[in-house]
Design a protein around this ligand. Structure first.
Ligand code: SAJ
Length: 449
């Protein structure tokens, strides 16, 4: 208990040294947040490029909110390295913020969690009672199942050499209102005293509610189901976006009408669901349910609906082109946006990729205009459009990502460069009537043809 008292006292005095393993979309803002809160920070990343950029005060992530907040070279209390063994011995608490992607066969890939855990545990000073917190999104049971075997293999003792806890990251790229300093957090830990000590620490990071919720699995499960719920809600409106046009009704009219009810949660249909959270986390819950032999039919079905959207939209675009007398060969489609989310430069799990593939498989050429992404972020199979004025000779434009720069295009100028000015709003954010008045034939997801 005296060790935890000392830990709590250090937090109160701002003397706690915080290690962050993984300086990506979550880890870097977290490191900056704790540094801004007055703590000494040791940031670790395996990528020398990331470490070099951060040390130079530059933002290696695609999140524009991080652009101007990376501490400059020589900043005090700001230690950035590729070496976990160098950083960990300095730290009272180590946060692990490494990726938890899914494999090609849609299974959770926990290799980063395992590798980072091993590197941290191998570097811990015996008797230091270092607190190691996993923040990456995992399914219930993973923290203990993945890390305890390593801890035992290394002969470390919980309560003497280290403690482990789980505090899910709740970070929304491109949304400054929900950055690491302004989101509520939950903490799971077998030892309530450690859990409550961590509440004190995270309360210095965020202005929002921080609470100890009990054992690790409770906090692990909370984060996964937050995103499962979102995936299911989006799947509902995407399924409705396929039903209502067949009833000659625009789904957006229906959703807007329904949203007048006090507890109707408004979601928007689109060309698909991308990112490293929403299309990924449900597979963690599906895996865990399968492990214990309990069906997860609704979660699985929602994933299938959202994964089907790019192919569904591709078929609708082909029908539209056919209706305009255009065969697939020699037809060019312009993607307005490629990133999975507006105002963010992140191609991970973007629905743009399967949509492009579906069109290219029918002989259609695809060009991409997305000022948030470099040409290197795009597949070689697409034509990179660096400036919208370069987009010439296209037969159809599809809004894939609702970037402001795409929504507020000079539609009249673009129409004059199109072979046929056909527009498909894949995110239901455009004023189709106004754009139609500028010479465009307009269509949209969930809208009758
Ligand atoms: N999408 C829709 N329709 C919607 C909402 C989203 O098609 O109504 C699509 C987006 O276009 C995107 C994907 O779903 O392709 C994911 O969008 P998102 O807004 O959920 O953004 P993410 O993936 O960055 O989700 C993050 C998550 N944050 C964390 O995991 C900490 C999620 O839990 C947040 O709820 C979400 O941000 C948010 O609130 O924006």
């Amino acid at each position: 208990m005296d060790v935890l008292r000392a830990f709590a006292d250090k937090i109160a005095d701002g003397q706690t040294k915080v290690g962050i393993i993984g300086l990506g979309y979550v880890g870097l803002p977290t490191a900056i947040g704790f540094h801004d809160a007055g703590f000494e920070v040791w940031g670790v990343d395996v990528s020398q490029r990331t470490v070099d950029l951060v040390l130079a005060g530059k933002n290696p992530t695609g999140d524009p909110d991080v652009d101007d907040i990376v501490p400059g070279p020589g900043t005090e209390r700001w230690n950035i390295t590729t070496s976990t063994p160098e950083a960990v011995p300095h730290c009272d608490v180590v946060l692990v913020t490494v990726p938890t992607p899914i494999t090609h066969d849609l299974k959770p890939d926990l290799s980063y969690v395992e590798a980072a855990g091993r590197a941290v545990f191998e570097s811990i000073k015996k008797g230091s009672n270092t607190i190691v917190v996993l923040e990456s999104t995992v399914y219930p049971g993973v923290t203990a199942q993945t890390w305890m075997p390593i801890i035992e293999e290394l002969g470390l003792v919980i309560g003497e050499d280290l403690e482990i806890a789980y505090c899910p990251e709740r970070f929304n790229p491109g949304d400054a209102a929900h950055g690491v300093r302004s989101v509520a957090r939950v903490i799971g830990c077998t030892n309530p005293d450690v859990g409550n000590a961590l509440v004190e620490l995270y309360s210095r990071l965020t202005s929002e509610d921080v609470r100890y919720v009990g054992k690790l699995e409770v906090a692990e499960a909370a984060k996964v189901i937050e995103n499962v719920q979102r995936d299911i809600n989006i799947a509902l409106v995407n399924e409705l976006a396929r039903i209502f046009p067949a009833l000659d009704v625009d789904v957006e009219d229906v959703l807007s009408a329904a949203a007048t009810k006090w507890n109707f949660h408004r979601y928007t249909p689109g060309v698909g669901v991308g990112g490293h959270c929403i299309p990924v986390d449900p597979y963690y819950m599906i895996q865990r349910a399968a492990d214990v032999g309990v069906p997860a039919g609704l979660i699985t079905a929602a994933r299938a609906v959202n994964r089907s959207m790019p192919n569904h939209v591709a078929q609708v675009l082909i029908d539209i082109l056919w209706k305009a007398g255009l065969s697939a060969e020699n037809t060019k489609v312009l993607f307005l946006g490629w990133s999975y989310k507006a105002e963010v430069g992140d191609p991970r799990e973007t629905p743009a990729e399967p949509l492009a593939e579906a069109l290219q498989n029918r002989g259609i050429q695809v060009g991409v205009f997305d000022p948030h992404l470099s040409e290197e972020s795009l597949p070689d199979s697409v034509e990179f459009i660096g400036d919208i004025s370069e987009a010439k000779g296209f037969n159809l434009a599809v809004l894939v990502t609702a970037h402001k720069v795409c929504v507020e295009l000079d539609w009249s100028a673009l129409a004059s460069n199109m072979n046929t000015a056909i527009l498909y709003d894949g995110r239901r954010v455009l004023d189709l009537e106004a754009i139609g008045a500028q010479g465009w034939e307009v269509y949209a997801v969930g809208r009758p043809l």
